[in-house]
Design a protein around this ligand. Structure first.
Ligand SMILES: Cc1cc2nc3c(=O)[nH]c(=O)nc-3n(C[C@H](O)[C@H](O)[C@H](O)COP(=O)(O)OP(=O)(O)OC[C@H]3O[C@@H](n4cnc5c(N)ncnc54)[C@H](O)[C@@H]3O)c2cc1C
Length: 465
């Protein structure tokens, strides 16, 4: 039996926790928010893959055993919220997992006991020591203004362990700063902390464009609920060439049916070696994932009809989407629009666009003024938590190298054609530290839950041998 620490109570962390418990391990899950935090954040979006593909047989079996055969969702394709409420949250409440899921516990960093990063490289003695996880729990921070360091009115704080309360006197102000931290030891660590919502940047080459860090907040990179109050009748700039951006564009086009003044400017690359007529999204012939097929068709259709080169035609004047293909953002400046809402002035670089005239002149606008920005430009792993460990990463994707090398060898554009590659490719130079789930793919966005569930099975089987 091993002490297994699991970081993240998303779908893969929960599946791992349940199977590891069933195999007799001593499991603790640390979740910085609530169970299924990230999925609930985009809960309004419908998953592409059917429920059976997104859940394990051990998860479905355990729920059926405890709650009866009607406990499982009967619909095939659920929204993120439905998936969380009808499968993931019930999983987390199974008796096997009682007292094993620690919500509001943020894993800040992981190390090997007694070994610094530079010590014991490749040695058996390093691998024999447990992991140490530094965890911030239910952190509450507050500051009070007081003349005295000795605040007798707060009995709670007086009875706390002395190292959990730090008092700092600055001039005449006393700041009480409470962080409840603790260290957890473990023999095995499964990092299932995902990539969402650690976003990429929208500027050329993946850098922040000028003004981006100042003008946009974390919310601009999420998948927004397209509410009439927020987006109706507005000019919205959507940036991104993948399914998340397509989801936002299609939802905005729907809203435009009720609010015809809603206009979407969609900055998305065209597909390599395909013309504008193919649209930005790769079409998968006979796609078995019906929702994905529908979204691809709708988004490409909206883009092609509304391509910028057709913007002056009268038949497209009422079309809700204008597709700016292969255009980069140079800068973003916050501004006030005439509607008195905060808007943005966005400067564009057309040098890669195929729409330039043969004389090199650009007939299109060098900048646009918009009311809203939705930057669905992808997500990346937060590697800071394993900085003290030995993890060999791929320089292209930032996923662990052995798996990344296998994935780079895959040529199909359909993530559904992927298989897993066994526990061996999930091993790191740091023994018994595994990155699983969407984080194992790093910046590669092809991850599917089906693959993560298989990873869990393979890694836990390898521990038991
Ligand atoms: C909009 C969208 C639609 C998708 N649709 C599909 C689909 O149809 N089919 C499919 O197979 N895949 C889909 N995916 C991809 C993928 O399956 C999901 O992203 C899925 O949520 C990944 O599961 P996970 O458990 O690896 O990570 P997550 O669900 O991201 O869970 C990670 C958890 O770790 C927690 N956490 C993070 N850092 C820490 C820390 N330091 N300490 C403690 N806890 C931490 C987070 O709060 C979170 O709860 C979709 C992704 C997105 C964004």
């Amino acid at each position: 039996m091993s002490r297994i620490a699991i970081i993240g109570a998303g779908p893969i962390g929960l599946e791992a926790a349940l199977l590891a418990t069933q195999l007799g391990h001593d499991v603790q899950v640390f979740e910085k928010g609530r169970v299924a935090e990230n999925i609930l954040d985009w809960g309004h979006v419908r998953l592409f893959s059917p429920f059976e593909m997104n859940s394990s047989e051990w998860g479905r079996g355990a729920l059926t055993k405890v709650l009866g055969p009607d406990a499982l969702p009967h619909e095939d394709v659920l929204t993120g919220s439905e998936f969380a409420e009808r499968y993931l949250i019930p999983l987390s409440r199974l008796p096997e997992l009682a007292d094993r899921i620690n919500e509001n516990c943020h894993v800040l960093s992981i190390s090997r006991q007694h070994f610094r990063k530079t010590e014991g490289i490749g040695s058996k003695t390093r691998g024999a020591e447990p992991f140490r996880l530094l965890i911030e729990q239910n952190s509450t921070r507050r500051s009070v203004v007081d003349d005295s360091l000795d605040d007798a009115s707060d009995d709670d704080e007086r009875s706390s362990p002395p190292n959990s309360v730090r008092q700092v006197q600055a001039r005449h102000e006393v700041f009480k700063y409470r962080v409840d931290e603790r260290v957890q030891l473990a023999d095995v660590v499964l990092d299932c902390s995902g990539t969402y919502p650690h976003h990429n940047w929208l500027g050329d080459g993946g850098l922040p464009c000028i003004g981006e860090r100042d003008s946009l907040t974390e919310n601009h990179y999420r998948l927004p609920v397209i509410r009439e109050t927020e987006f109706g009748g507005r000019i919205v700039l959507v940036i991104g060439s993948g399914f998340s951006a397509a989801t936002s564009v299609v939802a905005l086009a729907e809203l435009a049916k009720q609010h015809p003044r809603t206009k979407v400017l969609w900055l998305a690359n065209s597909q390599p070696e395909k013309g504008i007529a193919a649209g930005p999204l790769t079409f998968i012939p006979n796609d078995p994932l019906i929702e994905r097929d529908r979204l691809t068709a709708k988004a490409n259709d909206l883009a092609v009809v509304g391509h910028i080169s057709r913007a002056s035609l009268t038949e497209t004047s009422s079309h809700p989407v204008v597709w700016f293909s292969d255009v980069a953002v140079v800068s973003i400046t916050r501004t006030k629009t005439f509607r008195e809402f905060d808007g943005f002035e966005v400067e564009l670089d057309w040098s890669r666009s195929h729409q330039l005239r043969t004389d090199g002149q650009n007939p299109f606008p060098p900048s646009v003024t918009v009311d809203r920005i939705v930057a669905n430009v992808g997500y990346r792993p937060d590697r800071s938590i394993y900085e003290e460990l030995h993890v060999h990463e791929c320089y292209g994707t930032q996923g662990p190298i052995k798996l990344a090398a296998k994935l780079l060898g895959e040529t199909s554009s359909d993530c559904l054609s992927q298989t897993t590659h066994g526990a061996e490719v999930l091993k790191n130079p740091e023994p018994n530290f595994f990155v699983l789930g969407s984080k194992s793919y790093g910046r590669n966005s092809n991850f599917l839950l089906r693959v993560g569930i298989e990873q869990v099975r393979e890694v836990l089987a390898s521990l038991n041998h």
